[in-house]
Design a protein around this ligand. Structure first.
Ligand SMILES: Cc1ncc(COP(=O)(O)O)c(C=O)c1O
Length: 389
């Protein structure tokens, strides 16, 4: 495998071909290709992820003005404020600010498990698919997978996955739920179903972790507060660097002892930071100013999804577009060619499986960007599917 390539897994877990990493050689080659083919895109609309947002002027100002200390010594006032604010928001005793969603998840997994333990999670889950094998490498854990629609599963699935108390088997130890479900098209779990699956896990003595990287979107879509989701879990991780538009940073919340343990793991993993109040200030600004606007992203995503779903040859049920992620299939089309076709016309998306494309709406995209994306994507899809019909 060339060193600048990476592999994804398909929706159905069959191995995918290698694809270029985002934003590096691929971007350059597509740029050159578009010049070669004589069509320079009029503009670029970046729908690859909600992680591409740039800090706004107001956010940069908040960062510049933040009072700072040394968070490894425990005296950065802005980090302290963010942690206490998040503990309150999620109705937990304590919180730990970490550099990334992956570290938030993996520190929580490490805190809840021992080597040889089994984690129960959906096969689409980010902790398994996209965190570099960390549960095995950092915590020595194995997985039992659920396979339900849109990354969800039921209490019966949980009961069936529990291992007998017998020394032949790994110990069923931790249930992980992802909300919203990234590979499930940004689907939001019904709160009742969250209550059911976590209650089932607790009957068997499991701990429960919520990967709430985009929990803010779930809150905006449903009106359910962070604390109402969090009440069902021992720990919750959540990101400021996705739809909320901060450049860096995630939080893990839980009880005092668990968060104390997680702070130790953060240090062990090299994630303890010094004047990290700079970053915490961006997160606080995002909590104050960018939560309300998430429903705008959801409306724009729906508008784009509706337009795409009307194109011939596209499979997209717009009812599944509940938040800011759109996943659609174009059966018979090569996903990498589709991505390149959109890319060369200025629309950046990701191919995520056979004939499958993902587009994500964020702070980086306004109404006129969506109009442009609709024009380009519908015309390219119509041309491509009619030429192969
Ligand atoms: C559901 C989910 N969890 C965790 C993460 C990891 O976040 P980070 O990229 O900050 O490590 C992501 C990133 O996209 C995600 O989608």
């Amino acid at each position: 495998m060339p060193s600048n390539s990476f592999s994804l897994y398909t929706h159905d877990s069959s191995p995918l071909r290698e694809v270029d990493p985002p934003g590096r050689s691929r971007g350059v080659s597509l740029f050159l290709q578009s010049i070669y083919h004589g069509h320079m895109p009029d503009r670029t609309v970046d729908l690859r992820s909600d992680t591409v947002t740039q800090p706004t002027e107001a956010m940069r100002e908040a960062m510049m003005n933040a009072p700072l200390g040394d968070d490894v010594l425990g005296d950065d006032p802005t980090v302290i404020e963010l942690q206490s604010r998040c503990a309150d928001l999620f109705g937990k005793e304590a919180a730990c600010f970490v550099p990334s969603g992956s570290m938030a998840n993996q520190a929580a997994i490490r805190a809840h498990t021992a080597p040889g333990d089994e984690i129960l999670a959906h096969e689409f889950s980010h902790i398994y698919q996209y965190e570099s094998g960390a549960p095995a490498a950092i915590s020595g854990c194995t997985f039992a997978f659920f396979h339900g629609e849109h990354g969800m599963f039921t209490a019966d699935d949980v009961h069936s996955a529990i291992r007998p108390h017998d020394h032949h088997f790994p110990r069923s130890r931790l249930l992980v739920v992802e909300n919203t479900q990234n590979r499930g098209g940004g689907a939001v779990w019904p709160l009742d179903q969250v209550a059911d699956v976590t209650a089932a896990a607790r009957e068997h003595g499991l701990r429960c972790h919520l990967d709430g990287a985009r929990l803010w979107n779930a809150c905006a879509a449903t009106g359910v507060e962070p604390a109402d989701w969090a009440a069902h879990f021992d720990t919750v991780s959540s990101c400021f660097s996705k739809g909320l538009g901060a450049p860096v940073g995630s939080i893990v919340v839980g009880d005092q002892d668990t968060i104390h343990h997680i702070a130790r793991i953060r240090k062990m993993l090299g994630g303890a930071m010094r004047q990290s109040g700079l970053l915490a200030a961006a997160a606080l600004h995002a909590l104050d100013h960018h939560r309300e606007r998430l429903s705008e992203d959801h409306h724009r995503a729906k508008r784009l999804a509706e337009a795409i779903s009307n194109c011939p040859g596209v499979v997209l049920d717009t009812n599944t577009v509940q938040t800011n992620i759109i996943i659609f299939d174009v059966p018979g089309q090569d996903e990498n060619q589709l991505q390149e076709e959109f890319d060369s016309h200025g629309i950046r998306v990701f191919s995520i499986g056979p004939s499958r494309i993902r587009a994500v709406v964020s702070l980086a995209v306004d109404d006129s960007d969506i109009d442009y994306a609709i024009d380009v994507m519908t015309s390219r899809l119509t041309t491509l599917t009619s030429s192969t019909a």
